[in-house]
Design a binder for this molecule. Structure first.
Ligand SMILES: *[C@@H]1O[C@H](CO)[C@@H](O)[C@H](O)[C@H]1NC(C)=O
Ligand SMILES: *[C@@H]1O[C@H](CO)[C@@H](O)[C@H](O)[C@H]1NC(C)=O
Ligand SMILES: *[C@@H]1O[C@H](CO)[C@@H](O)[C@H](O)[C@H]1NC(C)=O
Ligand SMILES: [Ca+2]
Length: 799
């Protein structure tokens, strides 16, 4: 990739242009139900609309309703009518259960009325009209239908969809549409397409969001300055902060300051003992320290901490201002886990071999203490099975070591059915110069730092020592992908069944969202990037497909749904932090399956209603403005991110305290640099194609022009098919075609010769020239019939 770096730096207009033309196209078609939500697997098997019993938009009750409706309609027919019509009526009624119901009924596009009869393909419609047009009056009360139903042509024209390629029943027979239906969308490069919901905003470096596990389904968001805000399940926020220790917390407005309020967790029995634990930076005399304290909730307000209840459990000197750790959490064993940093500077320089490998130091460790029954006597005890409890040269609190600066750890709730994976602790450990890593924490184990960074040796001498016996990460990534890992969660929620078992995490600097999934057979963790859905993929009410770049933290709510927090300006005083909920647009849980009733919350302060501010970007619907699309800046930024900002390629003393590059929003990733990097257009080879005419600047659509025999020419073809379009789109680097445009839809290529006619592709050819066609330049059509394409990149595309 390096070799293309120079082009980008010089900002060659040629390349910028090329980047723009490669922009991925939005997709017309996506699974969506008539309630504007994703399809699901019904909890109880459908009887009537059985084609959709595995996956679709109907639950059992809806299926029974349709069955009743069916009987009511069929009551109007004699035996002969019944024999002719029953299957048609059933099929038409059941399209409400199709995973593409919104598409078939034109509900996706708010600018057109919802149909009463699903969009039908011409052949099917003709058959239906011949055999059973009398059923129309029972199926629909649309007055226009009554007018046209006597005329097959008029009727079938009326029942046709805007993009005729995806009508019923072709839509169910399209392997590309049905193949991956119900799975997480992923593009050709394996990037999972997800969407987001904005949950809270206006936050100043929100670095933790936790719940109290008390049945109220409140969530608590901590800001670096030392404030914790309580939110109700309806996302309104209490005006008075739950906790305010801004006066004690040491931080600054400097972007990338790693000091501050860093962690928060509720006691597993909070509901009964009202205890919570916080981790923050303080200045004591001339020393900087981290402090782990216990607080209690106020006895008269459940949304307020008793600020006088603080008991300091532990204070640790911090020899430098960076690498302060900050995670606190309770393991399944009921003990409090504390994740400290190595003390800072670069390369863990303290002592003989650094803090992290020195078990007598509390820095660079995972600590484990018992905070139960601490009202009298010591504030915490050492769990008897702590691995070094009886070692002379070790602090008894140490649970695991060799840690650099674990930023965000979480406990796996385990598979909802099998409990597989339950209790595992996942952490992101921020790297030094080269690699970021994700670890699973095991008792007594060495996580390698500073001997090792990721899988590679950092301190060669320590690394060569056979007594190191360190645990390797489950995944490590190099600094061209990001420079500061933010550990996440294994998804174990209810609303998005596809995501179960996926560990999702991110990178603070690059804004990259990533995922790992364990192969149950090999134990290997498979990596997939997470992209934002493009086009209609996220076109569900309330969903968005972009987020601020600086991913600070991940979270799980009381029900197990997954969130992350990021900000545009990573300063403890900038109010640009947003909490996002992760949503899988390809499948939801069956309606009612995830229902819960939060326990009531007595609110004594004012409630501030949530006002979402973010919007879906890049959505194109016919007749809608495309003005908001300006991919150029984003593209470049993304590419630069990927290549690494030049200032950032010199490793700073600390990774996370680097002043970051220009803030930006991450939109759906379109393509990776390797594709864009093929940037210098090669001289056209015979059979090369390009797009022209109105709209071609979008890169995904236009009149097809082909290079053959030393010149560019057009393709005129009144029988131009989707298969032909498919070949063109693939030649252009797209995944497939959304439309075969006929009759010079993208204008007539007057200035060029007509080079191809009568093209008949099977769809798999490498170039149009490989398809059957009339002799080069021989044609019986004119420019009125110049052919065009609309290409697409999603799994949904493909004609
Ligand atoms: C937090 O407490 C400080 C005093 O310690 C006060 O000045 C500040 O206004 C409080 N913030 C909020 C949001 O209540
Ligand atoms: C290990 O850490 C302790 C506590 O900070 C320190 O006193 C000791 O000198 C360190 N040992 C080595 C070998 O660096
Ligand atoms: C290897 O590590 C052990 C334990 O830390 C130490 O005692 C030993 O001297 C080391 N060996 C070498 C060759 O550095
Ligand atoms: Ca490691």
């Amino acid at each position: 990739m390096r070799q293309y770096y120079g082009y980008i730096r010089r900002g060659s207009p040629l390349i910028i242009l090329f980047l723009v033309t490669l922009r991925c196209t939005p997709v017309r078609l996506h699974p969506q139900c008539l309630d504007f939500k994703p399809p699901f697997r019904p909890q109880q098997e459908l009887q009537f609309c059985s084609p959709y019993k595995e996956f679709g938009c109907c639950n059992y009750e809806k299926d029974q309703d349709l069955l009743t409706k069916f009987y009511r309609i069929m009551g109007n027919f004699d035996y002969h009518g019944y024999a002719n019509c029953a299957s048609y009526v059933q099929e038409l009624l059941c399209q409400e259960c199709s995973p593409y119901a919104a598409h078939l009924f034109d509900a996706e596009d708010a600018s057109t009325p919802v149909r009463t009869i699903p969009g039908l393909c011409p052949d099917y419609c003709a058959q239906f009209w011949k055999k059973c047009s009398s059923a129309l009056e029972y199926l629909s009360d649309d007055p226009h239908l009554a007018k046209v139903k006597a005329d097959q042509a008029l009727l079938c024209q009326y029942l046709q969809l805007g993009d005729g390629d995806y009508c019923y029943p072709d839509i169910v027979n399209n392997p590309q549409l049905s193949q991956n239906l119900g799975r997480v969308h992923s593009d050709g490069e394996g990037c999972l397409h997800l969407c987001l919901e904005e949950v809270a905003n206006g936050l100043r470096n929100p670095l933790a969001m936790v719940h109290a596990n008390d049945g109220t389904h409140r969530f608590f968001v901590a800001e670096q300055l030392g404030l914790v805000w309580a939110y109700l399940p309806d996302r309104s926020r209490l005006e008075v902060p739950f906790l305010n220790i801004t006066k004690a917390v040491l931080t600054s407005s400097w972007e990338g300051d790693e000091r501050g309020f860093l962690g928060l967790t509720f006691h597993p029995k909070y509901r009964f003992n009202g205890k919570l634990y916080v981790y923050y930076s303080v200045e004591v005399g001339f020393d900087e320290r981290v402090r782990i304290s216990e607080f209690r909730v106020s006895s008269h307000d459940m949304n307020l901490v008793d600020h006088g209840s603080e008991r300091v459990l532990l204070e640790i000197d911090e020899p430098a201002s960076n690498h302060n750790g900050g995670q606190v959490l309770f393991g399944d064993d009921g003990y409090l886990y504390i994740f400290t940093g190595d003390g800072g500077m670069a390369g863990d320089p303290f002592g003989k071999y650094g803090n992290a490998q020195n078990k007598s130091a509390l820095l660079g460790k995972v600590l484990r203490i018992d905070v139960d029954d601490n009202e009298r006597g010591p504030l915490y005890r050492i769990p008897p099975d702590n691995p070094f409890a009886r070692h002379r040269d070790a602090r008894p609190e140490v649970y695991a070591y060799g840690v650099r600066n674990m930023w965000r750890c979480s406990v796996d709730r385990g598979d909802p059915r099998t409990r597989q994976g339950k209790g595992r602790i996942f952490c992101g450990d921020v790297g030094q110069n080269k690699f970021e890593e994700v670890d699973i924490i095991e008792k007594g184990r060495n996580y390698g730092w500073r001997a090792r960074e990721g899988f590679s040796c950092y301190d060669k001498k320590l690394c060569a020592n056979s007594s190191l016996d360190d645990v390797l990460p489950i995944y490590a990534y190099p600094h061209k992908m990001g420079k500061s890992v933010t550990g996440g969660y294994v998804y174990r929620g209810c609303e998005h069944p596809n995501l179960n078992g996926i560990y999702m995490f991110g990178d603070f600097m690059s804004g990259r969202l990533m995922s790992l999934q364990e192969d149950q057979n090999t134990g290997h963790w498979n990596y997939h990037e997470v992209c934002m859905g493009m086009g209609l993929t996220c076109a569900f009410p309330g969903l968005i497909n972009n987020y601020h770049q600086y991913i600070i933290s991940f979270a799980e709510d009381e029900a197990g749904e997954l969130y992350f927090m990021s900000t545009e300006i990573p300063s403890a005083t900038a109010r640009s932090g947003v909490v996002y909920k992760v949503v899988d647009p390809s499948r939801r849980a069956a309606p009612g399956q995830c229902h819960y009733d939060p326990l009531p919350v007595r609110v004594k302060s004012k409630l501030i209603e949530f006002q979402p501010q973010e919007t879906l970007t890049g959505l194109e619907l016919p007749g809608h403005s495309q003005a908001e699309l300006d991919p150029t800046v984003d593209w470049l930024q993304e590419l630069i991110d990927e290549l690494g900002e030049p200032e950032l390629t010199t490793p700073p003393a600390t990774t996370t305290s680097t002043r970051p590059p220009r803030p930006t929003k991450r939109k759906g990733r379109r393509r990776k640099a390797k594709h864009r990097a093929a940037a210098v257009p090669p001289p056209p080879a015979d059979g090369a194609v390009r797009l022209a005419g109105e709209g071609h600047e979008l890169g995904d659509r236009g009149r097809v022009e082909i290079y053959a025999g030393g010149e560019w020419g057009t393709v005129c073809d009144d029988l131009w098919t989707g298969r032909n379009a498919e070949v063109v789109c693939r030649q252009l680097g797209f995944r497939g075609a959304l439309k075969a445009a006929k009759h010079s839809e993208f204008g007539q290529g007057w200035s060029l010769r007509i080079l191809l006619d009568d093209v008949q592709c099977t769809g798999t050819e490498a170039s149009l020239l490989d398809c059957k066609h009339a002799g080069l330049g021989a044609h019986n059509c004119d420019h009125h019939e110049d052919a065009g394409v609309v290409c697409g990149n999603s799994v949904e595309s493909g004609v």
